[in-house]
Design a protein around this ligand. Sequence first.
Ligand code: MN
Length: 266
Amino acid sequence: MTPLVIRAGAQTDVGRVREHNEDNFVVEDRLFAVADGMGGHAAGEVASAIAVDIVGDVVENDPIRPDDLKNALSDAHERILGSVDDHPERRGMGTTMTGVAVVSAFGSDHWAVFNVGDSRVYRVVDGRLHQVTVDHSEIQELLSAGLITEAEARVHPGRNVITRSLGMSYPMEPDLWVFPPAEEEIFLICSDGLTNEVSESDIAVILEAEDDPQAAADRLVHEARLGGGRDNITVIVVHSRSDADDDERHDTAPRLGAAGPEGEDR
Ligand code: MN
């Protein structure tokens, strides 16, 4: 059904300071997502649970279309707002939602990365880690506008203020990127409980070192706890390989009888 060979591992942890884990995640064959809930009286975990529930249902579509993801994010947003209407004590609850899915676009399987808020998707291709998503945070807006430096951002008081989320800001505008699969690649989907405690260079080293995605996820969460564990930590590691490349290697294999560059004299 899909030419991509995908292996995934996931881990979540309450951390060392918080009493509740308000993060949630979903791992399906073709969809991987993390939600970081916020809001008092345990409402954050309600919001993130609604989000992973509704976005996770997208896999019932075969194939998944990019618009299915956008619609699911809108539905989740509306459902969270509706839940606040029914339970006024949940006022102020919301959640980030970010992830990656295999979608059908331009006639073939593509990756779609979606994001609302400041949880992140990273991608490793050819050993290089880069952040695919752009944080919806005050600090990212200041950085993008060139008003502060990276160094100032790390100590800025507004660094935890997010500018978009499901259930809070209105109207809800998700980011969505669609791009073709690489021959081999790794995706990391995580809540800020990881990225606030572990540097990107350390994350890159761990993703490179661990061949097993579950081992990588476990180790990243462990490192975030060692770094302080001041927030809930959620990590999904996805390893993907394109089978199409195997076929291509097959097609370009030397033919019997063809003269090799080294000749036959051995
Ligand atoms: Mn968080």
